[in-house]
Design a protein around this ligand. Structure first.
Ligand code: PLP
Length: 481
């Protein structure tokens, strides 16, 4: 339906004096933009993600003018070190010259073409390269355009595989307590973070939830490996009981990122892989956050020496440039969908921007950077620097634990160090750390009472020092009374 052009901007309050949309469709800004006027205009029109908008009455959004490396700069010239890689997507810094050049080059030839019936070079190259880097046995790449969609794809593919294989009873999924897989309804259903899930419970399929192997609550003297192995026993009995109705187990390998950066031992994944095979259940590895070098290896599954049946990738896949996701799977699964059209076995799932050419190009440039610079080796050094910079944090009277897996380091603030009684969430202690960080020029965005670092891999040791110093001050301030 076409709208009458006169209708545009019928609400005069929404028309900004500084911007006008001319016939040339070029946005022309005539008055100077600063933090204050842009955040006011934002507040009039934008509904932000993961935000109680009323908070912005006291804490305005920060308009970013440009980025460079780990730094973001606002319209008043203030700089912020992006300690969380802009929601875990950025790997090689903002406005990375190499990725910029690659995307710019692609822009001149092809921006996008539908991926049904057509293809393009960046999509083919990226699939080839991802499959060659991924754990052995993954031979097919299905593209989508964001992380949650990749999860939907994996869930549907797993269910549909069993259906095509004549096992229509398999309709359920097993998930881990405290897991997070995205926020579309299917992804939410297999997640377990109340904050995002509880409200929508009436809309969701019910998953079977196994205890998390996370190692925050170790018994005295227990190692991570012992703890995770012990936790596996309950997963084993769930599989023993439910295997005939279960399509797949879905996990975030090694780190439950949105679930407060809780971490566990690779042995759990090794045991889980073996059990899934034994019980005839798929294993879905959601490496959307932990893939691409975050945990010390290119993919976290490598540390357990396993190949999942579905490997979900997004976030860092484009170096943080453009939305893209991929689900890598096995030939056996692909073959179960392959046949005459009239057999009606095909996987008819699609998203408009699936395999977008610019996004795939950013993905290829990102993989180039991994190869050119021996990133994993440098990350081992940087991880050591992060550990060193936070060495004394665990002595703090309100820090229960400092934990780390590769380029993810998390600090858990508690009310009572001995009993580990958490702070009441209503006190919003993490928000105090956030605000302190912004004042000092570091973008930290704690998950509740957990302050964490997940910086771009181009961060320097000096910048890590600064990030840690500001985080510590923030923790002091947040726990002062
Ligand atoms: C971010 C995330 C998702 C969802 O990805 P979106 O692109 O935000 O939809 C899924 N799983 C994990 C582990 C994530 O961290």
């Amino acid at each position: 339906m076409r709208r009458n052009p006169g209708e545009r901007g019928h609400n005069p309050d929404l028309r900004s004096p500084s911007c006008s949309i001319r016939a040339t469709a070029v946005r022309v800004c005539v008055t100077s933009v600063n933090n204050q006027n842009l955040s006011q205009r934002d507040q009039a029109v934008i509904w932000h993600p993961c935000t109680q908008m009323k908070d912005h009455e006291v804490l305005p959004v920060i308009p970013i003018r440009r980025g460079h490396g780990v730094w973001l700069e606002d319209f008043d010239g203030k700089r912020y070190l992006d300690a969380i890689s802009s929601w875990w997507v950025n790997l090689f810094g903002h406005a990375n010259p190499y990725i910029n050049a690659a995307v710019r080059g692609q822009l001149e030839t092809l921006e996008h073409v539908l991926l049904a019936g057509f293809t393009h070079e960046p999509a083919v190259c990226l699939a080839e390269r991802l499959l060659s880097l991924a754990p052995v046995g993954l031979t097919r790449c299905f593209y989508a355009d964001n992380g949650s969609s990749a999860i939907e794809v994996a869930l549907k593919m797993s269910f549909h595989y069993w259906l095509n294989a004549g096992q229509a009873r398999k309709t359920r999924f097993v998930t881990l307590a405290n897991s997070y897989h995205g926020e579309t309804l299917g992804a939410l259903a297999v997640g377990d973070v109340d904050l995002y899930k509880k409200t929508y419970a009436p809309l969701l399929m019910t998953a079977i939830t196994a205890p998390s192997p996370d190692c925050y609550n170790l018994e005295r003297g227990e190692s991570w490996a012992e703890h995770s192995t012990r936790k596996f026993l309950e997963m084993e009995s769930i599989l023993a009981e439910h295997a005939d109705e279960v399509c797949a187990v879905i996990v975030e390998p090694l780190v439950q990122c949105a679930g407060s950066m809780r971490m566990y031992d690779p042995v759990y994944l090794t045991r889980l892989r073996e059990a899934c095979d034994r019980y005839g259940v798929h294993l879905i590895a959601d490496e959307i956050a932990v893939g691409f070098g975050r945990t010390g290896t290119l993919f976290a599954c490598e540390q357990a020496g396993i190949t999942p049946d579905f490997l979900c990738l997004s976030k860092g896949i484009t170096g943080g440039y453009l939305p893209l996701s991929a689900v890598l799977t096995r030939d056996r699964i692909y073959q179960a969908f392959y046949g005459d059209y009239t057999a009606q076995k095909a996987f008819l799932h699609s998203h408009s921007y699936t395999g977008n050419a610019l996004a795939c190009t950013a993905g290829l440039a990102t993989l180039d950077l991994f190869e050119k610079d021996d990133v994993l080796k440098r990350n081992r050094v940087l991880s050591g620097v992060m550990a060193e910079a936070t060495k004394s944090f665990s002595d703090h009277p309100h820090v229960a634990e400092v934990r780390q897996t590769g380029m993810i380091l998390a600090i858990e603030m508690v009310k009572d160090k001995l009993t580990r009684e958490p702070y009441d969430w209503r006190e919003r202690r993490g928000l105090t750390v956030y605000r302190h960080g912004l004042e000092r020029g570091v973008l930290l965005r704690p998950l509740g009472n957990v302050v964490y670092f997940m910086p771009p891999y181009v961060i320097t040791p000096e910048e890590i020092g600064f990030m840690a110093e500001v985080a510590f001050e923030g923790i002091q301030r947040a726990t002062a009374h």
